[in-house]
Design a protein around this ligand. Structure first.
Ligand SMILES: Nc1ncnc2c1ncn2[C@@H]1O[C@H](COP(=O)(O)OP(=O)(O)OP(=O)(O)O)[C@@H](O)[C@H]1O
Ligand SMILES: [Mg+2]
Length: 447
């Protein structure tokens, strides 16, 4: 009788143990425990997958052989300080693995004795994928959403699809509002990296000191104000995916040198760091500048230009694909009506003809904003603001294109009473582009 209940108890214990093991193994975080001297005692399936070692192989191994700077982790844990979500590097079978690690002491409750450590590890890659999904920082455009049937444009579209899956760098050029970002996102979504991150950085919008830390990240203590534990840069965040270097032509020349080095080696150092970090990133760069000319003028490094311009993609301005304008008008009317909760309207053929012959300096974005303005107030003629002001610009034979642009910007700024956002919207250019032009032409903005 006695024996039976002992067997029963033993059986129950085994079942309970199996339950716990199954639970621990089904968690997508790596977990392992060590004894007081750092020898691994138990490990779950995820941790053994991260390390690339079977559960049997890893038992009895000392963690200090696997985790870099383990001594300092062990020290802070045995001092009973918490060790939460710190960055760590693990020597895996296939190379160095970048992880987020937490460690908790196992304290025996009766004599309050330190028995060992429980560690949880997550690969940074999977943490980032999750963060990207939740934050919605994703590429939204796909090729099937790109509107255009113009012959030249279709050729470009086919070429862009063809090169999507290549690891080579793409350089997208084209005037403001021609769809550079739309193409960059579509290329990413067409490539095998589509489930990886799409990370964008606007080199024209950041002050030069910030570009470096944004791109390459920094280590703890790299400069005053550096956050504890350091921070990864966009290159690391884009690991396994695509990095979109927007307005690359605005990158300061010394930063161009650093960028070239990383592109050539596929490895980087964070600012203030001495650990080399390997990254697998596909680069798509974009600019509305003539980079070739910039290299001749000494503003852009020639070697970087050639390194970026492996697969050139030159987008057409709207005035060179006028046959697509009615298609785009149709598309934007449907889209904007839906967005604004209005019934789609149809435009008179005169108006469509007028729009087809408009030079659309701000390209697709300007057309898009004009349609949005019409849908908002179909009976007002305020949307014509760009047209009327354009007519007011007196063009004389000796006036350069730049002088005309300056005068036009000044007029619109004046009409918008110095409101930069509205001015940029009407001109169909980004705010940063507008700020750059204001600086370039020394335009005084009065509010
Ligand atoms: N072929 C297209 N089909 C549909 N919409 C498009 C197309 N190309 C561009 N657009 C629209 O035009 C807008 C501007 O495109 P995008 O932001 O890609 O231009 P850009 O070339 O990056 O301009 P900038 O140089 O000012 O940054 C987008 O918001 C998008 O809605
Ligand atoms: Mg852009």
């Amino acid at each position: 009788m006695q024996t039976k209940s002992w067997e029963e108890l033993n059986h129950k214990l085994l079942v309970a143990k199996k339950y716990i093991e199954t639970i621990i193994d089904s968690i997508s975080t790596g977990i392992f425990t060590t004894g007081p001297n750092g020898y691994i005692k138990t490990i779950n399936r995820t941790a053994s997958e991260i390390l690339g070692l079977s559960q049997e192989e890893v038992l009895g191994v000392n963690v200090s052989e696997i985790i870099e700077k383990w001594e300092s982790i062990q020290q802070s844990v045995s001092n009973k300080t918490t060790y939460l979500e710190e960055e760590a590097f693990i020597k895996g079978q296939k190379g160095r693995i970048h992880c987020i690690l937490s460690a908790y002491p196992i304290i025996e409750s009766e004599q309050y004795k330190y028995e060992g450590i429980v560690c949880t590890i997550n690969e940074i890659k999977s943490v980032r994928n999750l963060a990207n999904k939740v934050m919605g920082k994703q590429a939204l455009y796909t090729f099937d959403k790109i509107i255009g049937k113009n012959k030249e444009f279709s050729k470009l579209l086919n070429y862009a699809k063809q090169i999507s899956n290549s690891p080579s760098t793409v350089l997208i050029t084209g005037e403001s509002g021609t769809g550079k970002e739309v193409f960059a996102q579509s290329i990413h979504n067409e490539s095998s990296r589509r489930n990886g991150p799409f990370v964008a950085i606007n080199c024209g919008a950041l002050p030069r000191d910030l570009i470096e830390s944004e791109l390459f990240g920094y280590e703890e203590g790299a400069f005053t104000g550096a956050i504890r534990g350091g921070r990864p840069g966009k290159f690391e965040l884009a690991d396994g995916g695509t990095l979109f270097l927007d307005e690359i032509g605005e990158m300061p020349i010394d930063m161009q040198t650093n960028l070239l080095r990383v592109l050539e080696k596929g490895k980087l150092f964070r600012i203030g760091g001495n650990r080399e970090i390997e990254v697998d990133v596909r680069i798509i760069a974009a600019t509305n500048r003539d980079l070739q000319r910039d290299t001749e003028d000494g503003y852009f490094r020639k070697d970087l230009f050639y390194r970026l311009n492996v697969l050139p993609l030159k987008l057409l301005p709207l005035r060179n694909r006028k046959d697509d304008i009615p298609l785009l008008i149709d598309y934007f009317i449907k889209m904007k009506s839906l967005k604004l909760g209005k019934t789609p309207i149809s435009l008179s053929s005169e108006l469509i003809d007028k729009m087809v012959s408009d030079p659309w300096q701000g390209n697709i974005r300007e057309l898009e904003n004009t349609i949005e303005r019409i849908i908002n107030a179909p009976n007002s003629d305020l949307w014509q603001i760009t047209e009327t002001t354009k007519d007011e610009v007196i063009i004389t034979m000796d006036e350069s294109l730049e002088a005309i642009e300056k005068a036009h910007i000044e007029k619109i700024i004046d009409k918008c009473e110095g409101n930069i956002s509205t001015t940029a919207e009407i001109l169909g250019i980004g705010r940063n582009t507008l700020y750059r032009k204001i600086k370039k032409y020394s335009i005084v903005v009065l509010k």
